[in-house]
Design a protein around this ligand. Structure first.
Ligand SMILES: [Zn+2]
Length: 435
């Protein structure tokens, strides 16, 4: 189905109006056709025909009251269809691979996490295995009645044109990531796009914000590397394509060498490996260096895990080393507490530079920093109060993400959904009506 034969202006009008109506349904929470018409300023007849097109494509459902037949003036409540199109997010990080499928409402429906030593494997092997994990998630989603339409891969590195130019902590250079992941996905696969992990985490954070929350913030993603995403009025600022590499902002010009080739980068003080090393823990097993191996504690319930209909098919233990560090800090372990205070200070030095330059209304710390916030934030706030010029820093401008290390994979899955919500006509014209 398409707008074939219609003049260009009519097609672009249809495209615009379909997106307008779908956005109202997404935002409106059970509005009727008449209510949507009143909000968007179109006639009821026009809105009714657009709603019918969205309904037939499986994007919208209409809950008709029992005492009202399907014939006549429809007064049912409109909502996004939780059984229709879905987005697939894949996150390949240094020590885990995660996959999430979210439906049109943004609810995670399938999650798979695999602990993997990705830094010791080559890129093709890692991406093939990530593709296989994603294929399993897609099969589970299809069984649940969903139609995955887009796979978005997040990687901690510099990404251009769906290729990874450099991911220092994975030791990847010039990796055709979309192609390699696609091979693991197998046949009947949705298209794959690739983005930087911190960019996707910032998008995930934005999507999870309650209505009315600010749409401009600086998001900091703590993992083995450290990335940032600058959200400006709900749009990610990408600079020339590589904005957000805050992990390689210099904290000490003659400090320790960094994987990027420079010295004294923030990552060498506040990245996960640096933190574990400073706390005298092994970076892989998180056991105390020079002592007998300690049992790795079970991962705590991860934020967002209680959201409805999530099918968790694998244990979410990706944060195990960080859990060990947090447990030690909670017990008052001197090395752990000191390591976190030093990392918080380094973060504060780097972040105050970013705040002085950009003046974002809020700074959100996420990834592993969400779990470690109780021990990082005090020294971080001291630096922000001291270094943000004009003394205008307020402590409540610093927020802790509720999504933790899941923000990137949720943002990646949400990216596919957002593309449909932005331009439903592109989806409808490719797939045709669902019924
Ligand atoms: Zn560096």
């Amino acid at each position: 189905m398409n707008g074939g034969g219609q003049p260009a202006s009519k097609q672009s009008m249809r495209r615009h109006n379909l997106a307008l109506v779908l956005r109202q349904v997404a935002a409106g929470g059970s509005a009727s056709r008449a209510a949507v018409a009143a909000r968007v300023g179109l006639t009821k007849a026009t809105v009714s025909s657009l709603v019918e097109e969205l309904r037939l494509a499986g994007l919208v459902v209409e809950h008709v009251p029992e005492n009202q037949g399907r014939v006549g003036r429809p007064g049912g409540a409109l909502a996004l269809n939780p059984q229709g199109a879905a987005g697939v997010g894949v996150e390949v990080n240094v020590d885990y691979t995660a996959v999430c499928v979210t439906d049109l409402t943004g609810a995670p429906r399938v999650r798979l996490t695999e602990r993997a030593g990705n830094r010791s494997r080559d890129a093709a092997e890692t991406l093939h295995s990530a593709g296989r994990l994603a294929a399993r998630a897609i099969t589970a989603a299809r069984r649940a009645g969903l139609s995955p339409v887009q796979v978005t891969l997040g990687v901690p590195g510099l990404v251009h044109d769906d290729k990874v130019l450099h991911a220092p902590n994975l030791d990847w250079r010039h990796v055709p990531a979309a192609d390699l992941l696609g091979r693991g996905l197998g046949r009947q696969r949705p298209p794959v796009s690739v983005d930087n992990e911190a960019n996707l985490a910032a998008i995930g954070e934005f999507q999870a914000r309650p209505a009315g929350a600010g749409a401009s913030f600086l998001y900091i993603s703590g993992e083995i590397g450290i990335g940032a995403g600058l959200m400006v009025d709900g749009t990610l600022f990408r600079g020339g394509g590589f904005a957000g590499e805050i992990g390689h902002v210099t904290v000490t010009p003659d400090g320790p060498e960094c994987g990027c080739g420079a010295r004294g980068c923030l990552e060498r003080y506040a990245g996960q490996d640096a933190l574990l090393e400073a706390a005298e823990l092994d970076t892989v097993s998180a056991t105390r260096l020079g002592s007998a191996p300690a049992p790795v504690p079970a991962a705590a319930t991860r934020p967002g895990a209680t959201r409805r209909q999530a099918v968790q098919e694998a244990p979410a233990d990706a944060g195990a080393p960080v859990e060990r560090l947090a447990a030690l800090a909670a017990d008052g372990d001197e090395a752990a507490v000191r390591a976190l205070a030093v990392a918080g200070r380094a973060l504060g030095v780097a972040l105050s530079g970013a705040v002085n330059l950009l003046d974002p209304p809020e700074v959100v710390i996420g990834g592993i920093y969400a779990r470690l916030a109780p021990w990082l934030v005090p020294s971080l706030q001291v630096q922000l109060h001291e270094r943000v010029t004009s003394g205008r820093w307020r402590s409540d401008r610093l927020q802790v993400s509720g999504l933790g290390t899941e923000a990137a994979v949720l943002g990646a899955a949400g990216a596919g959904v957002q593309a449909i919500l932005r331009d439903p006509s592109a989806y409808i014209d490719v797939t045709g009506p669902a019924v």
